[in-house]
Unconditional design. Structure first.
Length: 151
């Protein structure tokens, strides 16, 4: 007698595959029967009211607000620099002539302001009292028109 071509393992694997297919069909039919019927277009519509909130009812046209195109700003408003030409007083806290820069402590605000050697009208050194104007630079505030105060 000849041996059967199908072994026990092959038959078991085939049974598992058939059972998985059957389970999948049952789940699909169960989902179809439990889903609600399709909604109409009116049921699916959403509206924005005058305050920008979502609602299921259409907005009242009497409450509509009218906006002028000129009044609308799209994007971030441009930064306008405040040009204040106030002469400030301060003390040089650090200055390195070989490197060509230093810092001044502003008396009024207490801020530390950058100084470049090109902005000097006369030589300065540490602990000198100076007057200066502030300009906004690439990396922050920088002092310009620096003059030594004679005590």
């Amino acid at each position: 007698m000849a041996k059967p071509k199908e072994t026990f393992n092959k038959r078991e694997k085939e049974k598992k595959r058939l059972k998985q297919r059957q389970d999948k069909k049952e789940k699909m039919e169960e989902r179809k029967s439990n889903t609600p019927k399709a909604k109409s277009l009116d049921d699916m519509m959403a509206y924005l009211d005058e305050n920008g909130n979502l609602s299921s009812t259409p907005p009242d046209p009497k409450k509509a607000k009218v906006f002028k195109q000129e009044d609308m700003q799209i994007g971030v408003p441009k930064y306008e620099k405040e040009e204040v030409d106030i002469i400030r007083n301060g003390t040089v806290t650090f200055f390195d002539e070989s490197k060509g820069f230093g810092f001044i402590n502003d008396k009024q605000t207490g801020e530390r302001v950058f100084v470049h050697i090109n902005q000097l009208t006369e030589r300065i050194s540490e602990n000198d009292k100076v007057t200066f104007e502030v300009e906004s630079g690439a990396k922050g505030l920088s002092a310009v028109n620096i003059k030594k105060v004679v005590v």
